[in-house]
Write a protein that binds this ligand. Structure first.
Ligand code: FE
Ligand code: ZN
Length: 500
């Protein structure tokens, strides 16, 4: 066994430990892989490029985790949190812990389901490895960020918040949509559209953001996860190519899923765009630059010409995503600025240098449409009139983001799409979300929309404080305005007195 090559050991581990059922049909053994219309003729044609075995996997990961936890320990003992660029940066971590880390856990659960239910032993084993990776990610992210929970607000109840809070229903419902689809749609959604197409747009802002802003704990987690991510990306691409090669009839089904999940994932990233341009005191690159580099150049110019060979075209509604790069982050942040009394993070008007940076990054939109809003808000704040919106926003039935997006290419007109289903009206934020709704209305009419739930009395009570308590907030600490917040005051005190 020791002398067998990696390839041979992998074959023995996957193919040779598999067997053909004798007293049940394989349809009964694997009941979930036929109803989506995908046809697989030869599961053995699945080639896993990594050929990782269990012993190699655990040895390698144990080494990585040992190094990672040594960094966490020294960071905690050395009061590393005081080396952050500014306490305002912590809002990026709140969003990550509340919004992203729970998705890792959901991914862990669903990949372990795939590890049972895919017919082929190769993909089952690949799914098993990814399932363990995702569980580790949830744990290492939680541990990386837990060091901040000792000193700062907003980090204490991420699980509860993820299930309940209005803006967190955006990531939660995205993943729920994937979990309730069939196994092949899930693979196209999460492994391909999310992990392969868009993962750099999630991880680069958060991890480079951590590094630029002095957050050694999160940065080290990011490096540790990177080798897993590259495996996940490869799995996503292999899965797609495998399905496309198995049967020509699979091509239009997969194209449809890519069209749907590109837009779903892109809409989810609107929160990341805002985080990147507004929550990082030290900027890494703008959302627009990141979108051009990691999506337009790497995916549109690099990947999609290759996929053309399989009959796959770039995703539907792509032109609208490209048009939005000029103003996406500003539209989202302006909304969050007005609603952060109901968020478990704080917002504020960016300081003048940052407004200047945005003017330079977004020369065709920022000065014209957004800078005047912030300058007015700053004047109001200076005269003691920081305002918050008291109403509840209307949400998109699909992405669940408040209806804040404009018509593509025109930042002045809010987009509002209406569809009818069984005599009721449903609102969506864009052509992309409307197309998704109308493709599967029976699914999206069931959406748990936070604002509707609040009005129906299902969220702790009739007043805003009732609802925020039900969310698990510590009122006046976790939410509201950054300037003058408990975190900001402590930060100022610790930096003049030196040490906690
Ligand atoms: Fe992960
Ligand atoms: Zn939408």
């Amino acid at each position: 066994m020791a002398k067998a090559s990696m390839r041979e050991r992998y074959r023995l581990l996957t193919r040779d430990l598999d067997w053909s059922p004798s007293y049940v049909s394989s349809e009964k053994l694997y009941p979930y892989t036929r109803f989506e219309g995908i046809k697989v003729h030869d599961w053995d044609a699945w080639e896993d490029p990594f050929r990782l075995t269990v012993d190699a996997y655990s040895k390698y990961q144990a080494e990585k985790d040992k190094r990672l936890y040594a960094v966490f320990d020294s960071f905690t003992q050395g009061q590393g949190h005081l080396g952050l660029a500014d306490a305002r940066y912590l809002n990026a971590l709140r969003l990550f812990l509340q919004g992203v880390a729970p998705l890792e856990y959901q991914a862990h659960r669903h990949f372990s389901y795939l590890a049972r239910h895919l017919d082929g032993p190769g993909p089952r084993f690949a799914a098993l490895c990814q399932s363990i990776d995702e569980l580790r990610h949830f744990q290492t992210e939680t541990h990386a960020i837990s060091v901040y929970n000792k000193y700062y607000d907003g980090f204490h109840s991420p699980g509860k918040m993820h299930d309940r809070v209005w803006y967190l229903s955006v990531p939660k419902s995205f993943f729920d949509d994937g979990l309730t689809a069939g196994p092949f749609e899930f693979l196209t959604a999460i492994s391909f559209s999310f992990e392969y197409l868009l993962t750099n747009l999630l991880f680069v802002p958060f991890m480079s953001g951590a590094s630029f802003n002095g957050d050694l704990a999160t940065m080290s987690f990011g490096f540790s996860a990177q080798s897993d991510e590259s495996r996940h990306m490869t799995l996503g691409l292999e899965a797609i190519k495998f399905l496309l090669e198995q049967d020509e009839g699979n091509v239009p089904i997969i194209q449809d899923w890519i069209d749907k999940w590109f837009w779903r994932a892109y809409r989810l990233l609107a929160l990341v765009a805002c985080m990147q341009d507004y929550f990082l005191p030290k900027k890494v690159m703008s959302w627009k630059e990141a979108f051009e580099l990691y999506f337009e150049q790497q995916m549109l110019d690099g990947l999609f010409p290759d996929l053309e060979y399989f009959g796959i075209k770039p995703p539907r509604h792509l032109d609208q995503a490209i048009a939005e790069k000029e103003y996406l982050s500003h539209q989202v942040h302006w909304t969050l600025y007005q609603f952060s009394h109901a968020a478990a993070f704080t917002t504020t008007v960016p300081p003048k240098e940052e407004l200047d940076w945005m003017s330079a990054q977004y020369p065709t939109t920022f000065d014209q449409h957004y800078r005047p809003l912030y300058e007015k808000a700053a004047r109001m704040q200076d005269s003691g009139n920081r305002f918050f919106s008291r109403g509840l926003p209307q949400l998109c039935q699909v992405c669940q983001i408040p209806m804040l997006f404009s018509e593509p290419g025109d930042p002045t007109r809010v987009a509002f799409r209406v569809s009818e289903y069984r005599g009721e009206r449903f609102n969506t934020c864009s052509d992309g979300c409307q197309w998704i709704f109308e493709r599967e209305p029976a699914k999206y009419v069931q959406a748990w929309l936070p604002v509707h739930q609040i009005y129906q009395g299902n969220c702790g009570g009739a007043t805003i404080p009732d609802v925020l308590s039900w969310y698990g907030y510590e009122l006046g600490r976790d939410n509201g305005e950054y300037a003058g917040s408990v975190d900001q005051q402590n930060w100022a005190k610790w930096h003049t007195e030196g040490g906690v």
